[in-house]
Design a protein around this ligand. Sequence first.
Ligand code: ADP
Ligand code: MG
Length: 352
Amino acid sequence: MSAKSKRPGTGTSQTLNECVQVVVRCRPMSNRERTEGSPEVVNVYPNRGVVELQNLVDANKEQRKVFTYDAAYDASASQTMLYHEVVFPLVSSVLEGFNGCIFAYGQTGTGKTFTMEGARGNEDLMGIIPRTFEQIWLHINRTENFQFLVDVSYLEIYMEELRDLLKPNSKHLEVRERGSGVYVPNLHAINCKSVDDMVHVMQIGNKNRTVGFTNMNEHSSRSHAIFMIKIEMCDTETNTIKVGKLNLIDLAGSERQSKTGASAERLKEASKINLALSSLGNVISALAENSPHVPYRDSKLTRLLQDSLGGNSKTIMIANIGPSAYNYNETLTTLRYASRAKSIQNQPIKNE
Ligand code: ADP
Ligand code: MG
């Protein structure tokens, strides 16, 4: 489907440029960073979507780099604010029959999981995924003359292999293409009838993510977790059906692996992660350039999400960064990656 073509059943059309949003979020200093007196090198100007990175390490290099995005959030930005400003409109589109993807990108420890799932113990700290459940069910419960079917799948991609987090023992999941879409035969889907059902499914998947791995944190930072919500909406007056799909993705950590001292297995893992993250970047930039060839097939992640990247689908990339000087190189890499995706909207990027 071309960028400007109409999607059946929705009556709206839009350009591709409106469909990708790149947002940067800088987390607060951690207690450790504070006690160690680590200098802060990131300045965020939320009103202008600008992030400035200072180089305190190498005096011979340019001292400040300035990047512009659709939006930029600093340490004071609440989960509620991020949701309402960035995510709410995309979920509203899904509830009109569009597809959508939200990616959390960044090095390990920068807040990807905090952004997607949130932290426990306080409702204010709830992340994007449980907030989408609330938005979806509020809409369903308020909408008359429609029947809704909500199915949820949860999987991860580790070493370019798909793993069903709702049925962790099922083997050899493959991505297949059928007509206009992609699908994964035998991927378990659970029908949900409430927010609580969806929370329960998320919890089962998160628990299964740890099964068979001695170091949960290491494993989760090296795999991509993909929470998929499919909403079928049947208009009972006209008997027409629309489908919206929402994919919520906590990507593997983007940090570079040091080659010295790393085991062969670690290097293999690192190269698969690089493959997936760079192919995701390539897909987004090919869409930006209206390239006739979009390299979806280069990784499992982009193949799996093919339906929901490009065309009339909406994508949000949340690039997470930390504020401290010792992360300078990784932060710069993340800001550049996000800028490349951002070029989809042809906004001027100073200094880069
Ligand atoms: P990642 O998933 O990228 O490895 P985490 O989400 O686990 O990173 O975040 C690392 C730590 O930083 C966690 O303790 C998390 O609670 C905290 N953190 C991250 N972002 C924020 C934020 N915006 N506000 C408060 N704490 C945060
Ligand atoms: Mg994480």
